[in-house]
Write a protein that binds this ligand. Structure first.
Ligand code: ARG
Length: 465
């Protein structure tokens, strides 16, 4: 009996059409989830006296063997069986004979594929949460190691005000916490079983969908069978989650590309995370960072792809929905790869303290603070802003920083500015004065690190590294 061919279809399938419609070559990774779903299903059917205990035991033993063959790599996908679901059932038939035909009672591939994807995505969430934790750990480690480094903070990509480099790293940690929490919140919504919906209307058998959900460790059951087989929100939302997380990682990657350039020279990306040029011997290319930035585009594209696939689909299941898989799997693999490599790149980064100190000595990132001193002496901020702007323009023409300003000249052009202030405008003094909550003073940043460590310990299970 040709399992994949309905008796309604007299002719064999055109070979190009068979390749075109088959999903088995990409949904193969769902096999252990498909087996788990089938074991839960047949267990429930036997409990409800819909199938015999004998059939259940035969089927479970056969399914366990199919899973083992898959795990050991001896099972190969067969095109004539179209998708992973029918490959499992087909192989089961070879192993246990006609009793395998009982398994698909009160079930459709529509609820089957949906439950497989839910189960797979639950494991994916756990994996990516652990990867995110390691990324956060790497950021906190950097923050601890770089507490003595003050960089010019930027707005409009122009040197703005000095901040601790640690403060900068911890900004990315804040994004990662939100990414982690978003993934957890997504998990609570996606933790739901569609099994029991059948093709779309439910089934006339006395099944117990809550029981299969419980057997599978899923928290609940869809309220509506049509929604259960039509819903791909959980995948679209996952892709949206990934797109946002990748935007964060891409911004970090862009800064590392920029900061490792000869022009900036703030950091040196370890050889272990760099590549050479095939033609230019002097080059050390920040490939890992560049590809992280580049892969953000790919992930965003996958989100766009699935949204576009879904937007015109009538209820309930349509074959278009098979297109969800390659994009989701690609994003899962991409997030896994990015979050595996980026922590190592961060941990092995060398910070060029001398270069950063020279750079911050030459800029005018103390200008706001100089204006603030004038305000303390009674000038309005607008006036002070104007006066300091004029002084900066002059100093720039002279090629001098605030600290090198000629005292006599200063008295002449800006008598309101007390010359002794100039020596106080060091980056260390400037950051130390920013004591408000969330500001960059070392005491505040140390508190952020402590809070981050506590958070990690709470979410990690294990002791903080
Ligand atoms: N391979 C299909 C998918 O990935 C499984 C569901 C097929 N259902 C059907 N009625 N053709 O969506």
């Amino acid at each position: 009996m040709d399992m994949a061919r309905s008796p309604r279809l007299a002719k064999g399938m055109d070979s190009s059409a068979a390749h075109y419609t088959a999903s088995v070559f990409f949904d193969w990774r769902l096999l252990p989830y498909d087996v788990a779903g089938s074991i839960a299903h047949i267990t429930m059917l036997a409990e409800q006296h819909i199938v015999s205990a004998e059939n259940r035991d035969q089927i479970i033993a056969g399914l366990e063997q199919v899973r083992q063959e898959w795990e050991s790599g001896t099972l190969t996908p067969r095109l004539e069986w179209e998708d992973v679901h029918m490959n499992v059932e087909g192989r089961l038939g070879e192993l246990i004979g006609p009793a395998s035909g009982v398994l698909h009672t009160a079930r459709s591939r529509n609820d089957q594929v949906a439950v497989d994807m839910h189960l797979y995505m639950m494991d994916v969430a756990e994996l990516l949460k652990s990867r995110l934790l390691d990324y956060m750990r790497a950021l906190v480690e950097r923050a601890e190691v770089d507490m003595d480094v003050i960089i010019p903070g930027y707005t409009h990509m122009q040197a703005a005000q000095p901040i601790l480099l640690s403060h900068h790293w911890l900004a990315y940690r804040g994004m990662a916490v939100r990414d982690f929490e978003r993934l957890e919140q997504w998990q609570t919504r996606a933790n739901c079983s569609p099994l029991g919906a059948g093709a779309l209307s439910g089934t006339p058998y006395p099944t117990d969908p809550a029981r299969t959900a419980a057997l599978l460790g899923l928290a609940g059951v869809y309220e509506n069978s049509v929604d259960a087989v039509s819903d791909r929100d959980f995948l679209m939302e996952f892709l949206a989650w990934a797109a946002i997380a990748m935007v964060h990682l891409s911004r970090l990657a862009e800064e590392l590309v920029l900061w490792s350039s000869v022009e900036f020279g703030y950091v040196r990306i370890s050889d272990a995370y760099s590549t050479g040029s095939s033609i230019m011997p002097q080059k050390r290319n920040p490939d890992v960072a560049e590809l992280t930035r580049g892969k953000a585009g790919r992930v965003i594209g996958r989100l766009q792809g699935l949204l576009t696939t879904m937007k015109g689909l009538p209820l309930a299941y349509d074959s278009d929905m098979q297109e969800d898989k390659e994009g989701v799997f690609d994003v899962v693999d991409t997030m896994d790869a990015v979050l595996t490599v980026v922590p190592g790149m961060l941990r092995t980064l060398e910070v060029n303290r001398g270069r950063i100190a020279r750079r911050i000595g030459q800029d005018y990132t103390a200008a706001t603070d100089l204006a603030d001193l004038l305000v303390q002496d009674g000038m309005t901020f607008r006036e002070a802003h104007h006066l300091v702007g004029m002084v900066v323009t002059e100093l720039e023409n002279q090629g001098k920083g605030f600290a090198e300003a000629d005292v006599e000249w200063l008295k002449q052009v800006a008598p309101a500015i007390r010359p002794e202030w100039m020596a106080l405008l060091t980056p260390e003094n400037l950051v130390a004065k920013r004591l408000q909550p969330m500001a960059t003073a070392p005491v505040r940043v140390a508190e952020q690190i402590a809070a981050a460590r506590t958070w990690l310990a709470e979410h990690d299970g294990g002791p903080p590294r």
